[in-house]
Design a protein around this ligand. Structure first.
Ligand code: ADP
Ligand code: ASP
Ligand code: MG
Length: 418
């Protein structure tokens, strides 16, 4: 069971969580719980790091930001004990949850689960802080923002759990962020592949890596709400959203429990920034010169467009990087101005990426053109486009994000009938 930040925000809410955990354990299940820091806490800690030293050392950043989860794991163990349950916390370094060295964006390598399993078998509820691990050098690491989902899936895989229930502040995965589109529909099931794509283009309900890991390790993941009343049915009967294989999805469609949809979901991401390099030489090696230094600095580049070369053998190159990395990217490129040979560097953080995702796209034409038409009818200008087998993304002005998501939700016939 994993509980997110909103579910853990304050003693009252932690008590509610403890009751849900107790009810699950009372059914005879062995339960490991992974918790997030209280909502807003990780942001607060990140800000302290920025104030202390804008060019903070990621290893010390991890020491600071991992602390939010230490607090909530201890508090949940205490609350469970107050309810008469046997419970204890297991910090990342105590299990340990071993990760690679990459501070602030570490990946889980392995979890030593023997002691944990022994404690579960002895009837103790295990409470594990999400987001944190330990590097080979024995230092604290964190898994990137939203990383508690990944901790939960990794723990579930390590103890071979029957299921990994992700409790959050919405009751499942919707066709789009229900906080933006009131008519968003809850999905009974979503395939791993679609969930992976949705998460990677900004649907923050699950961290992308958690979905990839669940897919690889065959972990059954369910998304459901922790905001349920006393006496609510246990998670085994609660209608959340199951993440399923394509075969399972086919079976659900056959039984009439799911409709086959062309588009499963629409996501938005306001965390990217646009970079334009003008008048780059139009010759082999030019783009390699741009993207190699960014890759060496671990800066992820997402959308890339190279315009058709103009006369004089020059071209503009446009791409996106995470906003948090924009300043670094800009500095790296400025340093290599001569080697790359560009004229101007233009940046813009006020952009958003809107994506439509659905496996139905593999076999149906017209998904992209529907998107372009619907946006144009509302006067929304498209600045860049990228596609994958099951996704189409466009870059637009950030101010038009909510409008674009609503318009597309209607255009693909996803609005719930009220
Ligand atoms: P937690 O703190 O529990 O990890 P998050 O804030 O990380 O919760 O993720 C839950 C939020 O994800 C919801 O409150 C919702 O606003 C957002 N969200 C974005 N896209 C979707 C979607 N397609 N379905 C459900 N929730 C979504
Ligand atoms: N507390 C961390 C964050 O806010 C991890 C998580 O909540 O999943 O990013
Ligand atoms: Mg989250």
């Amino acid at each position: 069971m994993k509980f997110g930040g909103t579910s853990m925000a304050g003693t009252e809410r932690i008590r509610r969580v403890a009751n849900i955990v107790r009810a699950q354990a009372a059914r005879g299940d062995e339960v490991a719980v992974v918790v997030s820091a209280m909502a807003g806490e990780t942001d607060r800690l990140v800000n302290f790091c920025r104030e202390a030293n804008p060019l903070y050392d990621p290893a010390e950043y991890d020491v600071v930001v991992a602390s939010g989860e230490q607090v909530t794991s201890g508090l949940l163990a205490l609350t469970l004990q107050a309810l008469g349950c046997k419970a204890r916390s297991w910090l990342g370094w105590q299990l340990p949850i071993r990760t690679i060295e990459a501070h602030a964006k570490a990946r889980v390598e392995s979890i030593a689960a023997e002691a944990l399993i022994a404690s579960l078998e002895a009837g103790e509820i295990a409470v594990i802080p999400g987001f944190q691990g330990m590097s080979e050098e024995g230092r604290v690491t964190t898994l990137g923002r939203g990383g508690s989902d990944t901790s939960a899936v990794a723990v579930a895989a390590a103890i071979k759990a029957d299921r990994c229930d992700i409790y959050t502040d919405v009751d499942g995965v919707y066709t789009t962020d229900p906080r933006i589109v009131a008519k968003a529909k809850k999905q009974k099931a979503v395939t791993y592949e679609e969930m992976l794509e949705l998460a990677s283009v900004g649907a923050k309900v699950l961290q992308t890596r958690s979905v990839g890991l669940a897919m690889k390790e065959n972990v059954r993941v369910q998304v459901l709400s922790s905001f349920i009343g006393e006496g609510a049915p246990p998670a085994d009967d609660l209608p959340g959203t199951m993440i399923v294989s394509e075969e399972e999805m086919d079976a659900l469609v056959e039984k009439g429990e799911m409709e086959r949809q062309l588009v499963t979901g629409i996501a938005h991401d306001k965390n990217e920034a646009k970079v334009i390099l003008t008048r780059v030489p139009d010759r082999p090696g030019a783009v390699a010169n741009i993207f190699e230094p960014l890759a060496a600095a671990s800066i992820n580049v997402d959308m890339i467009i190279q315009n058709v070369g103009r006369d004089k053998g020059e071209t503009d190159v446009t791409f996106t990087v995470p906003q948090a990395d924009l300043a670094r990217a800009q500095a790296l490129l400025e340093d290599r101005r001569d080697a790359i040979g560009f004229n101007r560097i233009i940046t813009d953080s006020k952009i958003a990426k809107i994506s439509v995702v659905g496996v139905g796209m593999k076999s149906h034409a017209g998904v992209a053109s529907t998107m372009f038409r619907a946006l144009s009818e509302r006067g929304i200008n498209i600045q860049a486009i990228s596609t994958s087998e099951i996704k189409v993304s466009v870059m637009i002005d950030e101010d038009e994000t909510e409008l674009a998501v609503r318009v597309l939700h209607t255009a693909y016939g996803l609005d719930a009938v009220s």
